[in-house]
Structures are given as C-alpha cells and as structure tokens.
Design a binder for this molecule. Structure first.
Ligand code: PMT
Length: 398
C-alpha cells in the first residue's frame, strides 16, 4: 500500500523522537520514499545524520542551507507529499499547527501540504489532558487532519497515563489502512470544472465572477487521491495542483470550457460541474482597448453563453454520472431541484451565499446535496477538502 508513496515525516522535539528512526525504517521497508523534516528542537533528541542515513535524503530543518544559501521550498515539499506524518507531535507543534504559527520549516510545510496529514501526539499526561491541547487537537481534526491517538502507558516522566506516542508499527498500519480505502475510484475517469470564466470585452477588460477555483480543485484532488484519472478544466485561477493523476486543461471563456468538456466528457465515468460559468458574454469583443477619451460610455450588448452542464446532460450515456452545483441567493431548494431536473443531472450540490463562510473564495463551504433518486443530504460547514470528500462519498453511492 505504501509502495512509491511520498511521505513527509515531521519530527518534533520530544523524547519519543527516538522512535521516529524506527518509524522511518518501517516506512522505507514498506516501499515509501520519505523526506524527513525536523524542528530545530527535535535535533536535541535525535541527530539528522541518523535520519538522513536511514531515509537516503538530507534532512530538511531550516528554510535554507546556511553555507550555500540553498532555499528549501516548503510549497514544493507540501505538493510532493502523498501524506505527511508528524510523529512525535509535541504540544507546542500541535498548537502552532492549529493556529498557523509558521515559524519553522515543519509547520510551514504543514500549512502548504495538500496531502492528508497524520498527527501522532506524544507528551506528558497532564499536558495531553490540558484544555489547550484538547482544543488544538480538536481544531486539527476540524481541518481534516487525522489524529493517531497516543497510547496509555509509562511516560518519560515515569508517570503512567495517556501520552505515549503510538507504536511505529501502528502508525504504519494507520497509513496503510488510509491508502487502502482511498482507491475507491481506481480505474475511473473523472471530469471536473473549476473557477470562473472570463468573457472578453477588450484586451484589458472582461466579464467574470468571484470564483477562486478552491471548491473545484478540492474535488479534483480528492478524486485523484481516490485513484481516479482526473481531467480538470479550469478557468483562470491561481492554484497549483499536486500533479498526481490530474490533467489540467486551462481555459478562459465559457465557449472554451464547453469545447474542453465536450472533448473529455465522452470518455468520463463521472463529471462534476463546479465552475461558475458566466451566463452572458459580450456579443462583440474589441481587439484594441476601448478608449475613454472622446467617446460616450459604451453600451455592451450581451449574448447568452452555452449551458455546459445542460449540454453534457443531453449527451449523457447510460452509466455516466453528471453532477452540477447550484449557487443561490434565494429560494435555494426550489432552484436547485429545478436545475437538477432541467440539466438532466444525477446529483446537485447546493451552496447559498446567504451562509457566511460558504460559496466564493472561502476555504469552507456548507452544502446540501440533492440526488435524482430523491435524497436531500444537508451537511454542516466544513473545509472545502472535507466537502469534496462528502460529494465523492455521495457520488459513490449512486
Ligand atoms: O471557486 P470557489 O471560490 O471555491 O467557489 C465555489 C463555487 C461557489 C463557485 C461553487 O461551489 C459553485 O457553486 N459552483 C457553481 C456556480 C454556478 O455557476 O452556479 P449556477 O447555479 O449558476 O449553475 C448551475 C450549474 O450549471 C453549475 O454546475 C454550473 O457549473 C453549470 N453552468 C452554469 C452556467 C452555464 N452557462 N453553464 C454551466 O454549465
């Protein structure tokens, strides 16, 4: 299960750091490629030499190498990883992760990681039971991180209680179980649209909308992590994908998006239309910048753009699953149900701009999923990564 997987092993400054060497050995033995990232204080407990010898890679600890000035990119590391495991995770690092205190390479990598994150706390029993630690662990869970609960036993202080880092064998088992269950879409082709479309007025102006692409990219990442081969047709946004199993087709206008979708839909098992497609485009666009001086305010004539979801709905073959989104400001359920039927969708994901934290640009969303077989599934406010999980879990029931 771990063969070929890229794992970032984060090690923090606690007595249990000695167990990380064994954990690293087990991961390598299971076929994983491991990059160790240590906090400065972890080096007080275990040497980087031991860990680089076991991993076959220089350990990363600082933002750059002092004598050469070589920059270590936390963003690249975060994108490289299939999983990040922080073992042991001290109360201090857990607090920094929960609150975005990016003052070392490990926490910065964590904040850039798109992959699932596993946290194996290790600390004394009173620290473990402190409301601050409990709250921070709760926060990490709410971000979608996986907490590998510490065991009960004798601690470094010789007190007995909950706080021992889980045994390395069990941490490896947790990772294997995670990856085993992840491959539910293996062999499937998934088409996802994301972001806005820009409808050109002239070389410097366009009609667009506020979509950041976060929701659609999260769906593409989640489908790829479940083993699907993903084509992501993306409007103009500034997001990088992890690169594993995702073919990004960049487009600008609704017509270009339709063309790209039509080219890939026939081949797809599942299509999720998350893009905020502009419904109208200027009837004519100018090749030269429209000047203000010496002209009256121009009147821009608009024409209707094609409805991509409806076009694909009309071309759907038996067995294909087509999912749409509905972004509403009023009469949410009625409008969503109307779009589900009129666009021949199998499922629609409703999000409302009346919910603060939902919709455009946010890292969270609150959705209700309606299926063509009559189900209405309301979900609470969650990170867009978790919402993507709920959407794909529901698609898998269809
Ligand atoms: O990108 P983010 O900032 O993360 O924000 C996410 C989001 C709010 C954009 C996303 O969650 C969302 O709601 N996407 C759909 C937005 C939208 O255009 O909704 P709609 O109700 O107008 O469209 C209904 C469905 O038809 C959608 O699946 C849409 O992709 C599709 N459509 C709409 C118009 C059109 N011309 N062609 C289409 O295919």
């Amino acid at each position: 299960m771990l063969k070929g997987k890229h794992i970032v092993l984060g090690i923090t400054g606690g007595i249990a750091a000695y167990k990380s060497a064994y954990l690293l050995r087990l991961l390598i033995k299971a076929g994983a490629e491991v990059q160790v990232v240590m906090t400065p204080s972890a080096k007080e407990f275990i040497t980087p030499v031991t860990l680089s010898a076991l991993s076959g890679k220089p350990v990363v600890s600082e933002f750059f190498t002092a004598n050469t000035g070589e920059w270590h990119s936390h963003v690249d590391l975060g994108l490289w990883a299939d999983a990040m495991v922080i073992a042991p995770a001290t109360a201090s690092t857990i607090g920094k992760m929960a609150n975005g205190v990016a003052d070392n390479m490990l926490v910065t990598t964590y904040l850039s990681a798109k992959a699932p994150v596993f946290v194996a706390p290790a600390m004394d029993l009173d620290m473990m039971a402190h409301p601050s630690t409990c709250r921070n662990l709760q926060l990490l869970k709410s971000y979608g991180n996986h907490i590998i609960e510490p065991a009960v036993g004798e601690l470094a202080s010789h007190l007995v209680g909950k706080g021992r880092m889980e045994e390395p064998e069990n941490i490896v088992k947790a990772l294997e179980a995670f990856f085993a269950k992840q491959k539910t879409l293996s062999g499937k082709k998934v088409l996802v649209t994301a972001g806005p479309t820009y409808e050109k007025i002239d070389p410097v102006r366009f009609i667009g909308n506020y979509s950041s692409g976060k929701m659609g990219y999260a769906i593409a990442e989640e489908a790829a992590s479940r083993g699907a081969e993903v084509t992501l047709v993306s409007g103009p946004v500034d997001i990088k994908v992890s690169g594993r199993g995702i073919n990004v087709v960049k487009v600008e206008s609704a017509r270009q998006m339709l063309e790209a979708c039509e080219a890939h839909f026939g081949d797809s098992d599942i299509a999720v239309m998350c893009a905020a497609v502009a419904d109208y485009a200027p009837a004519h666009s100018s090749d030269k910048k429209i000047k203000r001086e010496g002209h009256d305010a121009p009147v821009i004539e608009l024409v209707k753009n094609p409805d991509i979801a409806k076009t694909l709905g009309g071309a759907k073959r038996p067995g294909q699953i087509l999912v749409g989104f509905a972004l509403e400001t009023d009469h949410e359920e009625t409008n969503a149900q109307g779009k589900l039927a009129s666009k021949h969708l199998d499922m629609i994901v409703l999000n409302s701009l009346r919910d603060a934290g939902a919709g455009f640009g946010t890292d969270t969303n609150k959705v209700t999923i309606y299926t063509a077989d009559g189900r209405a599934l309301p979900f609470s406010m969650k990170s867009k990564a978790e919402v993507a999980g709920d959407i794909l879990d529901t698609i898998e029931t269809l």
